[in-house]
Ligand binder design. Structure first.
Ligand code: SF4
Length: 318
């Protein structure tokens, strides 16, 4: 039996103990695919305010950052959010698992889509929190530049720094169908530049995107490996209410991937990974009334059980 090289195993090897990610969601951040800079409405599967007409506070009344924003009236609130969210989650993880080391994970929206001064203040506040050994920054390949990556490369001399890019698919026709707002060449370019600066890259890919064949999904994994990602997250495309994808699904224009196919493809993907490439996630789901389809994505625990069984049959321990 081979052990899948999970991110947990990577951290234990590097730090000699468990390191857990602490997710952070900071007010004022948005995405160039939502605010109209590259597209409007966001990725078709993304639940954002443009598809939530019942929100009490309309997007236009809020302040959102852009890289060229001349001021950031939310900075003090954002710094407080970093301290508070980190403190609460780290305390829970310490109590539940006895872990003492954490990565601050800037997760929601596009976490480099703001002036560099704001990013520096927020990242450095996170790094000052007790037990924080580094950062993981979720972003898009069209929302980084050399100045941001050079700054992160400096931080990486002292801390563990990961940049997480949504790859989703290497097929431009698919990226257009999901209204991604950039092409796959842009992802390749910035993954390679990020790697060249000595930073670690995690790539997100999605199985079950509109009209993709199994061969296309595995080609996305193959290309992502060639581009040099250090870690991978794979998840199925599921439909959330109040999204553009939900409209397509309800009109019969989109059929979600079935669980057996998804599991078979994940096992194939695992077989393709080089031994040094870690795995951060193999599935995803949502256990509430916002999930429209497929039903098997409602329970992550059951999904993982089925995945572990299939991996075991293929000779892997997850
Ligand atoms: S890049 Fe992320 S935040 Fe932006 S629209 Fe797509 S899924 Fe939503």
């Amino acid at each position: 039996m081979k052990k899948v090289y999970t991110i947990g195993r990577y951290f234990r090897k590097k730090f000699g103990e468990d390191v857990y990610k602490v997710p952070l969601s900071i007010a004022g951040f948005t995405c160039p695919n939502i605010d109209g800079t590259v597209a409007k409405g966001g990725c078709t599967f993304c639940l954002n305010e443009s598809f939530s007409p019942n929100l009490a506070e309309k997007p236009s009344k809020k302040f959102y950052l852009k890289p060229d924003s001349s001021e950031n009236p939310l900075l003090n609130k954002q710094l407080e959010q970093v301290r508070w969210q980190y403190g609460v989650t780290a305390a829970r993880l310490r109590g539940k698992y006895g872990v003492e080391k954490f990565l601050a994970y800037f997760q929601s929206f596009t976490n480099t889509y703001a002036p560099l001064a704001t990013l520096e203040a927020l990242y450095e506040e996170a790094l000052r929190q007790p037990g924080c050994v580094g950062l993981s920054i979720g972003t898009r390949s069209d929302s980084v530049d050399d100045a941001i990556l050079d700054y992160l490369a400096e931080l990486s001399k002292e801390y563990e720094v990961w940049v997480e890019y949504g790859i989703q698919s290497v097929y431009d026709e698919t990226l257009q169908k999901i209204n991604r707002g950039h092409d796959s060449e842009n992802v390749r370019e910035w993954i390679e530049k990020t790697k060249a600066k000595g930073l670690k890259v995690c790539g997100h890919v999605i199985f079950g995107l509109p009209d993709e064949t199994e061969e296309m999904m595995l080609k996305t994994v193959e290309r992502s490996i060639e581009w040099g990602i250090d870690s991978i997250k794979i998840h199925p495309l599921y439909v959330v209410k109040n999204t553009a994808l939900a409209v397509d699904y309800l009109k019969g224009k989109f059929t979600p991937i079935d669980e057996a196919t998804y599991i078979r493809l994940v096992v194939e993907a695992i077989k393709m990974l080089p031994p040094t490439l870690s795995v951060q996630r193999l599935t995803a789901g949502i256990n509430d009334e916002t999930l429209l389809a497929p039903e098997w994505c409602c329970c992550k625990h059951t999904q993982m059980k089925h995945l572990r069984e299939a991996l075991k049959k293929a000779g892997y321990i997850y």
